[in-house]
Design a protein around this ligand. Structure first.
Ligand code: TXA
Ligand code: MG
Length: 315
């Protein structure tokens, strides 16, 4: 059984697993999270695999303090006001990525923003300190199921698919963090949670829009997370054109393209997911190529999420 009590040894074990690219379930004050090194593409891909998410939703990235957050995102006055009252605590701030942030593009679902959370829970904080890396952690349930608030719930969801579940007892808050998007001109509430809209408005001194409401339609943080290449994307290509860039998959790559990036030479879907967004961005060069040709990708497992995103890029 992979459930362990919390003590200095198991905290260090959790940190070591995270640093080596493995997944660890741990308590936060809201719900249990399924954590991985947010700077490791393969580890982040593993989160989507284990959760069996049919599409890439952006993941919340947990850090120990504001100083660390500032290495990765564009901090603002509004962020500062919210942080001074609510952080550490059950509030996630979606902010623009800084260009040299090492956080995996997969954690941003290919977008230009990162959801940053600084948890208050002592165990979560100890793990973040010991790991020394930002930790991507969605709720530790399978896709489409309720978030777990005890270690046993996590075990019921994920069983022995992950090497370690740290048992910190029941979560104090029990519902997920409030998610607020600060990346646009308006403050937008993306997910209601423990911190209320009224509290957010009081502390920021600004109107807080609901996603899709009024002004928020014009600067939707949700849409910003959907990166679309500027080049045309052709799917299921068997024969690329001479002026095209080819996004390949597997060992049998057709000749003829101007340039090729292979998502996974050995045909491993998890590796392909890990490289997807960085590869699309690298190939999106209208000055060099006429379009991006994409080879057929198997529509199984995490391949479904890859195809979901490619179809949107091609639309
Ligand atoms: O309380 C919580 O927030 C828990 C604990 C483990 O920290 N985490 C959690 O993560 O609930 P998850 O992945 O189950 O939910 C994340 C929510 C999703 O609705 C996602 O779309 C949104 O936050 N989100 C995260 N990053 C985002 C981003 N960059 N842009 C827009 N939405 C984002
Ligand atoms: Mg969730």
């Amino acid at each position: 059984m992979n459930i362990q009590p919390v003590n200095p040894d198991t905290i260090e074990q959790a940190a070591e697993l995270i640093r080596s690219g493995k997944l660890v379930a741990f308590p936060t004050e809201t719900v249990y999270g399924l954590g991985a090194d947010a700077t490791n593409d393969m580890a982040v891909a593993e989160i989507y695999t284990v959760k069996t998410r049919p599409a890439f939703n952006p993941l919340i990235v947990h850090v120990a303090d504001i100083t660390t957050a500032k290495y990765h995102v564009q901090w603002s006055d509004t962020a500062e006001k919210l942080a001074s009252v609510f952080l550490p605590g059950p509030l996630t701030l979606v902010m623009s990525r800084l260009p040299d942030s090492e956080i995996s593009l997969l954690a941003s679902a290919g977008g230009d923003t990162v959801g940053i959370r600084i948890p208050a829970n002592k165990i979560a904080r100890d793990i973040l300190q010991a790991a020394g890396v930002p930790v991507a952690a969605p709720s530790a349930n399978r896709s489409g199921r309720v978030s777990p608030t005890t270690a046993m719930h996590v075990y019921e969801e994920l069983g022995d698919d992950i090497p370690l579940i740290l048992d910190g007892g029941a979560c104090e808050v029990g519902i997920e963090s409030t998610v607020v998007d600060l990346s646009g001109d308006e403050v937008v509430l993306l997910r209601p949670g423990f911190v209320t809209r009224e509290q957010l408005e009081y502390v920021t001194g600004k109107k807080v829009f609901l996603a899709g409401e009024g002004e928020a339609l014009k600067s939707p943080g949700m849409l910003a997370s959907h990166y679309a290449p500027s080049l045309k994307v052709r799917l299921n290509v068997e024969q690329p054109h001479a002026d095209e860039a080819l996004l390949a998959f597997g060992p049998n790559v057709p000749e003829g393209a101007k340039f090729i990036i292979n998502l996974s030479e050995k045909g491993d879907l998890k590796e392909a997911a890990a490289h997807l967004f960085a590869s699309l961005r690298a190939l999106d060069r209208p000055d060099k190529y006429s379009s991006i040709a994409v080879m057929k990708i198997p529509d199984t497992g995490i391949g479904m999420a890859i195809n979901d995103r490619l179809k949107r890029a091609a639309a």
